[in-house]
Design a protein around this ligand. Structure first.
Ligand SMILES: [Ca+2]
Ligand SMILES: [Ca+2]
Length: 156
């Protein structure tokens, strides 16, 4: 009787009576079946573990992208300041794209992944706020004036 059963080719895979891992592909064989982990997973087919491609270095993300591990695969996303699909990332030129927050009295300099603003000659500030020499001189005078009562109170 045992011999007869082995002759019947039961497709355990199609019947879903196999005990392969959910992350495995079931392959029917004559009288039995075999389990093999899906691409992106490692194991014997009955136990399959997701490969962390980001850590294993198997990723093909752009050097200017961030890798995120997913079950069975991974994702690439361009770093801030870059645009693209994650496999190909291009620097965003914030200056020509008018995405910078530079002062109108500043010069915008595009850099890889970012940009910077520097005040035009005759202006000073952080690039996002630039003040002309005259405005600055007035402000300095105002600051001195504002500081006077405070200085007096501190002195007492
Ligand atoms: Ca993965
Ligand atoms: Ca840029």
């Amino acid at each position: 009787m045992m011999h007869d059963i082995s002759l019947i080719n039961v497709d355990e895979c199609a019947k879903e009576t196999d005990d392969c891992s959910a992350a495995a592909i079931c392959k029917n064989t004559h009288g039995s079946y075999d389990c093999a982990c899906k691409p992106g997973y490692s194991g014997d087919g009955w136990s399959c573990m997701d490969d962390d491609e980001c850590v294993l270095g198997e990723r093909t993300c752009s050097a200017d992208a961030l890798c995120t591990n997913t079950k069975g695969s991974y994702n690439c996303k361009c770093k801030p300041g870059y645009s693209g699909d994650g496999w190909s990332c291009m620097d965003i030129n914030e200056c020509t794209e008018r995405l910078s927050n530079c002062s109108t009295d500043a010069v915008c300099n595009n850099t890889k992944g970012a940009y910077n603003c520097s005040c035009k000659p005759g202006y000073s500030g952080d690039g996002q706020t630039c003040e002309g020499e005259f405005v600055r001189a007035q402000k300095t005078l105002q600051d001195i004036h504002d500081d006077q009562p405070k200085n007096i109170s501190e002195g007492l």
